[in-house]
Ligand binder design. Sequence first.
Ligand code: PMP
Length: 456
Amino acid sequence: TFTLTGMTPQPSPEAGAAVKAADRAHVFHSWSAQDLIDPLAVAGAEGSYFWDYDGTRYLDFTSGLVFTNIGYQHPKVVAAIQEQAAKLTTFAPAFAVEARSEAARLIAERTPGDLDKIFFTNGGADAVEHAVRMARLHTGRPKVLAAYRSYHGGTQQAINITGDPRRWANDSATNGVVHFWAPFLYRSRFYAETEEQECARALEHLETTIAFEGPGTIAAIILETVPGTAGIMVPPPGYLAGVRKLCDKYGIVFVLDEVMAGFGRTGEWFAADLFGVTPDLMTFAKGVNSGYVPLGGVALSQKIADTFGKRPYPGGLTYSGHPLACAAAVATINVMAQEGVVENAKRLGETVLGPGLAELAARHPSVGEVRGVGMFWALELVKDRETREPLVPYNAAGEANAPMAAFAAAAKKNGLWPFVNMNRTHVVPPCNATEAELKAGLAALDAALSVADEHT
Ligand code: PMP
């Protein structure tokens, strides 16, 4: 690991004002009402921290959008990008290029089972698009089953597959997607009281859905191994193995989306390793190179890859396996292996972050549930622990969210940048965060939860 050497570039309020003014004049931001946002101008970042132009420094418990798994500006990855830029900045995808070959080899070495062929994309959503296309072409079937509480990306098919309300404005009636309920005991759709009941009933519901939709019409079941954006719901033991069995029984392609959960986030290289399950296709992005250069991909099993042995795969991207992005992936994976980043996430998740969050929950009435694994946790904030009524309106329609805004402001005042989504805060620090950083973050969360408690 490396330590913060100081704020370079140096913060300057005047420079910050210019950055902010140009942003407000010309940058159109994602998922936002353009007139209602006030983005912070960021001057620099290093390790687990970033800072603004006033010199205020924040501990980043969001890892960007859950992608800086080795923190910001890791010197070995920055150097690898610079070296690749000097050697061969770009090249078309139909050639064998050293950085691309090596990235594919290192990824295939770590993916479960025989997921040994790598199709590169520029991010997570296009990985999902291609995984679904591969499944449809492999099976010759049209439909995709996906979970309601899910996020799979912002492109057209990926947002149709997504289960959260952002889908509504983008939906079309002919997208071939059918949604089902995955397990989530805290807000069970199955009137379950135990994990065993939740698991068994969720599997029965899925099999019933398959039967009523017609098994011969279903190309793929896609699930996030651990749903992230929707609230970090670690599935009960046996659920994913059960889905695997259903896929085998009905000839359905099993797609696991590891865009957020992969590359160390859960304390394993892939979250599928937590459950000993191997899908037929697995998507990845974010942590593959800590988001330093856009990169994602699909890992294909031999069975799916063989479909396109003699018959061409009808899909591709200009920047598939971009050398700069792949060089960043090679360096990131090597850093993770050499510096024990995955082990760090597992160990500190078990010994510091998990217990620390449980201890906060015991003292703060606003915390309804703590759940997670590794460096992948969520606190579900409630008005009332008995009724489990969420601390804010339980929707994503952009309604005023005063309690969560007050919580976030208090965290920031205490030097912590929190991840807030509806009535939850997701605790997702870099996977190489130190024990001291985690403890500092827990102390700031403690103070912020006292503000949330005032709304219970
Ligand atoms: N799948 C999952 C599980 C994700 O978490 C995300 C992004 N949050 C995506 C897909 C989409 O990735 P991207 O934003 O890189 O397109």
